[in-house]
Design a protein around this ligand. Structure first.
Ligand code: GLN
Length: 487
């Protein structure tokens, strides 16, 4: 049996029935990583020993007759901006290359309680800034569907690992699209939950008012299961919301008759590859066949989301990244005095994109520009939110492409920051509004996966999952796996 081709819930069922042990599954996964990761390069750090120990603990619990839950014993991995006690957390930056956190992020804690087997830490764009994982200070990750192409970013390692069968599910983070855009590039399911749904405690901050942690999985059922584990109020994150968490799996039923889906026209046409648009439109027709009522609508301020994001996100980043000064933790490059030490540390510790963001953000926040840039961007942010609020008086869900293109070639956009930024055209507005959205595989263009993005009302992940599930039940795209040239 090709264990690595299964979904998390399929493996979870095998484990529950004790047809296979957690140690066997973990060993099979470690072997799979050994075989394919030289090509895909999703992992920055592997924690084989710890994984086997966690697997043994789950097997022991089951041997005692306990039921530790459906995800117990299922191997997974984490984006390397999620703090793991005793395991280095690099954010793919030279600045944190040797940094070992003294505590676990809340999501990591919750996963451990659910019996997760953690295989290691995954590559990303440095400090989650980028859309291709080429901004990693270590090496780029490759797209399992075509090794000459990028997996997307910034959670490139998280999606490539799931697509290549190196983990049954992973966690990523999404500030402007970093879970959904790579999920669409690699043909897997990725969700950015509502801002506040999942605790950010222990997520290394990029732009605190936009960052959210979310699941990357092979199907919608797994997404529902993982979200159920990581969601919920956390006193350690003052922005986490005290809103009840439904049993997401129980809300999955493939009936969307009469559900109203808005199709915002600003997300189609200019800037979107025609073949991507065709695939997404066919997916929307499918939703209609399944009984949903689809109707064109408008979110008139959409075009201002990207420029406003590139003021708000860098502004917050410039403030958050001020802590990397060679004093508290991470890299220190000595100098003749403290100022030179700061300069040496920050010049050598950060890569070019991170420096660009710090400079943009510092500029936007500086006296004289604060009102014209930063405050204005915040006002635009409110207009964007109001567009969505308006639309959600009429519709249950909105449907758009996740990304304007399929996966591009390594190096194709690396020298052109603006072209790279445009890759998040369809995902950024959702972060600006704090809403939940999911990307799911909806077809292929030039042999590469295309993602459908569904956007929901705040804290209504359940409806998103239900629509996604209905689509998935009626299609086969989520079952396709890249060849990778190995058995
Ligand atoms: N690509 C976007 C950026 O570079 C979004 C990144 C993210 O969501 N972390 O800012």
């Amino acid at each position: 049996m090709d264990l690595h081709n299964l979904t998390a819930h399929e493996v979870g069922d095998l484990l529950r029935r004790r047809e296979v042990s957690a140690v066997e599954v973990t060993e099979a996964m470690l072997e799979r990583i050994e075989v394919v990761d030289g090509r895909v390069r999703a992992f920055l750090t592997r924690t084989a020993e710890q994984a086997l120990e966690q697997a043994r603990a789950v097997d022991a619990a089951r041997a005692r007759g306990e039921d530790p839950g459906i995800l117990a014993g299922v191997p997974m991995a984490l984006k390397d901006n999620l703090c793991t006690e005793g395991v280095r957390t690099t954010c793919a930056s030279r600045m944190l290359a040797e940094w070992i956190p003294p505590y676990d992020a809340t999501v990591v804690n919750r996963l451990k309680k659910a019996g997760a087997v953690i295989l290691g830490k995954l590559n990303m764009d440095e400090f989650a800034m980028g859309s291709s994982t080429e901004n990693s200070s270590f090496f780029p990750t490759r797209n399992p569907w075509d090794l000459e192409r990028v997996p997307g970013g910034s959670s490139g390692g998280s999606v490539a690992a799931v697509a290549a069968g190196e983990a049954y599910y992973t966690l990523g983070s999404d500030t402007g699209g970093s879970i959904r855009q790579p999920a669409s590039f690699c043909g897997v399911v990725g969700m950015k939950p509502t801002y506040g749904r999942v605790s950010r405690y222990g997520l290394v901050a990029f732009a605190s008012s936009l960052d959210q942690i979310g699941p990357v999985t092979r199907d919608v059922t797994d997404c529902a299961l993982v979200l159920g584990v990581i969601a919920g109020h956390d006193p350690l994150d003052s922005t986490s919301a005290d809103v009840p968490v439904p049993d997401y799996r129980a809300t999955l039923w493939p009936d969307i008759k009469g559900l109203k889906i808005g199709i915002p026209r600003e997300y189609f046409g200019t800037g979107i590859e025609p073949e991507v648009e065709n695939v997404v439109r066919r997916a929307i027709n499918k939703l209609e066949e399944l009984g949903a009522v689809c109707e064109e609508t408008s979110l008139p301020h959409t075009e201002y989301a990207l420029p406003a994001y590139y003021l708000v996100a860098p502004a917050e980043a410039s403030s958050n990244l001020a802590r990397y000064d060679g004093v508290g933790f991470g890299l220190r490059v000595p100098g003749r005095d403290i100022v030179e030490m700061y300069m040496n540390t920050r010049s050598q510790g950060f890569g070019p994109e991170v420096k660009r963001r710090i400079m943009l953000g510092t500029y936007a926040l500086s006296s004289g520009y604060y009102d014209a840039c930063y405050l204005k961007a915040l006002k635009v942010r409110t207009l964007i939110l109001k567009d969505f609020e308006n639309a959600f008086t009429k519709y249950d869900v909105l449907a758009t492409p996740t990304s304007p293109t399929v996966a591009f070639r390594l190096g194709e956009k690396a020298g052109d920051p603006l072209a790279m930024y445009l890759s998040d055209l369809c995902t950024i507005p959702i972060n600006m509004a704090g809403l939940p959205a999911i990307s799911l595989p909806c077809g292929f263009s030039q042999g590469l996966p295309v993602g459908l993005q569904l956007i929901g009302k705040a804290f209504d992940e359940a409806t998103l999952l239900r629509v996604a599930y209905a689509f998935e039940q009626a299609t086969e795209y989520h079952r396709r796996r890249p060849e990778l040239g190995v058995a």
